[in-house]
Design a protein around this ligand. Sequence first.
Ligand code: NAP
Length: 251
Amino acid sequence: MEFRDKIAVVTGASRGIGAATARAFAQQGGIVFANYPDHDADQHREMIHAWVSDAELDAERVIPIAADVSDAIRVQAMYAEIGDRCGRVDILINNAGINRDHTVIKMTDDEWRQVLAVNLDGTFFNCRAALPLLSDGGRIVNISSVVAHTGNMGVANYAASKAGILGLTKTLALELAGRNITVNAVCPGFVNTEMAQTVPPDILERLRQRVPLKRLADVEEVVACTLFLASAAASYVTGHSLNVNGGMHMM
Ligand code: NAP
């Protein structure tokens, strides 16, 4: 029970890596605020209730909470609610992310801005709003991507947002070191989630061949690394980006 009674916030926890991460915290004794976007609130809450029930978790350990992470005011309101309910946050996982792929020449202003707004602004807004509640010795883990290091065709907006997260991570690690709060990033490669399934099969197969380990990651392989950085075992790791991409960062 590594995270017994630790209070964690996981953004974008309705599905995918975020849901699996939030579930893992709750399974290891934590209390998790499972964030979802404001739109389609009923549907998002149902999605969260479904994974809570599938995992036979104590429903009181997982608290669904709405806020579009790209909306600074909504994010602020979310932490006000968390503060009222619990008074502190021990662990923040910035996981919410989107992609809107096009080559640069075809990329619209909206596609550029939406991805930067959710992935990079959202991470910044959550860090800033969480800080007054974050306990000394706390943890922030930001979910970046291998493309922050390598770039990739058609993902200039996404790669820029994920590279920006690494700069934010290192700066915040320096700013918070005095409070013994560590700030790290995880850089997954291709993970077997709905986001990966939006990639056409022929392109996905080519991508698989580019991975030195020749397969996509299981979600649990990413979750394990995130949990490590959030754990007591990682107490001397800060400002780090952990490659969880089957060796893709070397390609
Ligand atoms: P996913 O299945 O698409 O899930 C993304 C989650 O973020 C969903 O719950 C989504 O809610 C939520 N979200 C989107 N916009 C939001 C907003 N404005 N406010 C709050 N929540 C929002 O993605 P995933 O594959 O699990 O990816 C999770 C993270 O890992 C992302 O940051 C992604 O960039 C990163 N990553 C993924 C891969 C991969 O191969 N899957 C690789 C590298 C990095 P909805 O249900 O409404 O969409």
